[in-house]
Design a protein around this ligand. Sequence first.
Ligand code: SAM
Length: 401
Amino acid sequence: MSKSPKGGAPRTRNAQSKKGGARKDNGPKRGFSAKRDTRDNRDQREARNPRDTRGGKKDSAAATRPNRRDQTRSAPATTVVEPIVREHKPTSARFTTPASVLPVMVEMNGWDDYALLDMGHGQKLERYGRYKLIRPEAQAMGAPRLPESEWKSADAIFTGDVEEEGPGRWKFANQVDEIWQMKYGPATFNGQFMSFRHVGVFPEQAAHWDWVGEQIKKADRPLKVLNLFGYTGMASLLPAALGAQVTHVDASKKAIVWARENQELSGLEDKPIRWICDDAMKFVEREVRRGNTYDGIILDPPKYGRGPNGEVWDFFESVPHMLACVRKLLSPNAQFLLMSSYAIRASFLSSHELMRECLDGLPGTIESGELAIRELDGPRLLSTSLFSRWSAPENNKAEGA
Ligand SMILES: C[S@@+](CC[C@H](N)C(=O)[O-])C[C@H]1O[C@@H](n2cnc3c(N)ncnc32)[C@H](O)[C@@H]1O
C-alpha cells in the first residue's frame, strides 16, 4: 500500500471505495471482461467523447516488421523507421532552412513500469507499474490477441462509454492503492486514477523524453529548457536530472503540485526547476517582451484547454501564434524544439509545414511523424499522437546558429 506523498494516511481504493468525486465507484463490486462491442457502439462512443484526441493513422506496414520485444525492458528503445528525407534548398541567399525528414514513425517499446499488453474492439489493456488497466482506445480497431482471462485479470477499467452510466469513471475489480509509484530513469512519479481515464503520465512520451535527453547530451553544455503544458512534470524532471535549467509552465495548480511531488519523490529537489502556473500563451508572450530565450523548448498542448483565468487554448487557432512566439524564444545557439499533438484532425505534415515556416532561417533538421506504442510480445503498433521536432546541426555546441 502506498503512502500519501504528503505523508498522510495510506490511500487505498477498492471495488467498493466511494471516496472522491469523479473517481468514485458507486456500483456493486463485480468483475468485468474485455468489452467486445459493436461498431455502432464505438461510433456512438466517439460521438459522445470528442475530447478523446489521442490517435492518428494506422501503420499498415507494422504487421510485417520484426518483433522488437526481445530488447531489454530496462532500456526503452526508440526506433525510427525508414524516414523519407527531403532536403530543402535555402529559400533565400541569406538564410539556410532546416532540412526536412518525414514521415518518421517513432516507436515506444514499453519500459519496466509500462507495457501495452493488448488492444482491440475500442479498448487497450495496459500495465502501469503493478496494475493492469483497461481504458477506451478509439484507435484499437482490430481484435484483442490475448485470451479473455487476461482482460478479466485487470485491476481497473475505465468505463465512460456506456450510456446508462453517464460520464466516465473507474471501476475497480481488485483492491488497489489510490496512489502508486512508478519509475522512469532517474524520475519516480505517482500514478493516480484520474477522471477522464488518465493516470498522470503519457507513457508513449518516453520516446520524446529520450530524444530530449540525447539533445541535451549532444549540446554538452548546460541548457535552458522551457516545458510548456508540462502536466505532471516528467519532461521537466528528466532534463533537470541531466543538468538543464528548466522552466515548467502549466495552467493547472493541481498538476503543478503533483509535478513538485514527483520532483521530491525523485530526489531532484536541488535541481533548478521554476514551476509556473500560468496560461502558456500569456507566458510566452511575456517572455518575448522581456527578451528571454531558451536553448530547448518542449510543448505538448492539448486540443482544447483553459488557462488559470479561463484563457482559451484551441490547438488549430492557437498553435501558429504559439510557434511564432516560441521561435522568438529560441536562443541564438538553441539546440532543440519539440512539439507533440494529440489533436486528431491535424496531420504531421501540417504540423511539419507550420514548424518549417516558423523556423525559416535556421539550420538543422525538422522531423515529423507519428508516435506509436508497440504492444508487448506482439507485432502491432498503436498510434498515439503526432509530432514535429527540430534539432540543431552537430556543430552547434557553442557558436550562434
Ligand atoms: C496533454 S497534457 C501534457 C502532457 C505532458 N506533456 C506529459 O507528457 O506529461 C496537457 C496539459 O496542458 C495543460 N493546459 C491546458 N491548457 C493550458 C493553457 N492554456 N496554458 C497552460 N497549460 C494548459 C493542462 O493543465 C495539462 O496539464
